[in-house]
Design a protein around this ligand. Structure first.
Ligand code: IPE
Ligand code: IPE
Ligand code: MG
Length: 264
């Protein structure tokens, strides 16, 4: 059984290369517009960036890559765009899973999947099954995902897990029920496309993530742009509440007395 550190209950060990990178892939529509193309062409191009980003993660030894593909609020878009996005998702799954599998990538999809049409749900399930034995990189696609939905469904499941308990719940009771309990919290959060907001992505898990915003639009987020984000991450001082002086002096106990490690 794997154990992950909760950034608020004890200090995680960190390294120069983030273990977990979470990305809001934004700017497809604006990229298309700037090339006088329909919005959909931007999404289409975006899939190529996904492919290249997965490759980069494999090369750098990043263990978890989480991509926000469709938010619980994206249903508000024009019906036709939603339809095309679903179609693209289906096509990308069909085309890419074999290659992901060959490269040791485990695919996982998080979000309220019951809202998707049965064909897509079945495809997601089959893709997850097919890659379930892989350990080199865990690629998570957040689809119909919302951070508030995640916290709420986790609370519900936590309460059902021990109906007798009544009270006294803490973080370590909740965390195992979050959609991404199998992964450590993101070390690095990236948002392309210039907006500086979280847009209901991983609200709980981003508590101590390093945030990186870039103007680069997702279809143009290439190896160089990714490296710039990783370079920025390397310069961050991750204090988790401590002072800078504490970090530079004697090694501190990395586990606090209240440590309750989370089971994943
Ligand atoms: C992000 O690109 C992709 C999805 C939300 C599916 P956008 O479609 O939001 O692109 P912009 O923000 O309109 O440029
Ligand atoms: C966030 O992008 C969601 C995804 C990238 C899937 P949006 O473009 O939908 O975000 P807002 O609505 O501008 O905040
Ligand atoms: Mg957008």
């Amino acid at each position: 059984m794997m154990h992950f550190t909760s950034s608020t209950r004890n200090v995680p060990t960190t390294s120069a290369v983030p273990r977990h990178v979470a990305i809001i892939m934004d700017g497809n529509g604006r990229w298309a517009k700037s090339h006088s193309l329909p919005r959909f062409a931007g999404h289409h191009r975006g899939v190529e960036t996904v492919r290249a980003t997965v490759k980069r993660c494999l090369e750098c030894g990043i263990e978890y890559l989480t991509l926000f593909a469709f938010s619980s609020e994206n249903w508000r878009r024009p019906q036709e765009e939603v339809r095309l996005l679903m179609q693209l998702f289906i096509r990308a799954l069909k085309q890419e899973v074999k290659k992901l599998d060959r490269n040791g990538v485990r695919l996982r999809v998080v979000g309220e999947l019951s809202r998707f049409e049965p064909e897509l749900q079945a495809l997601i399930h089959a893709s997850e099954q097919q890659t379930a034995g892989n350990t080199r990189l865990v690629l998570t696609i957040a689809a119909n995902y919302g951070g508030r939905w995640d916290i709420l469904q986790a609370v519900r499941r936590m309460l059902i897990s021990d109906p007798e308990k009544g009270g006294g719940w803490d973080e370590s009771d909740l965390a195992p029920h979050l959609a991404m309990s199998y992964a450590p919290e993101p070390d690095l959060f990236i948002r392309t496309g210039g907006e500086q907001r979280i847009s209901n992505f991983l609200l709980w898990q981003l508590a101590y993530s390093e945030l990186y915003f870039t103007e680069v639009l997702w279809p143009e987020f290439d190896a160089l742009a990714f490296e710039a984000a990783l370079a920025s991450y390397r310069l961050r001082e991750r204090r988790f509440g401590r002072t800078s002086e504490q970090l530079s002096t004697a090694p501190l106990p990395t586990v606090s007395p209240t440590d309750t490690r989370l089971d994943a």
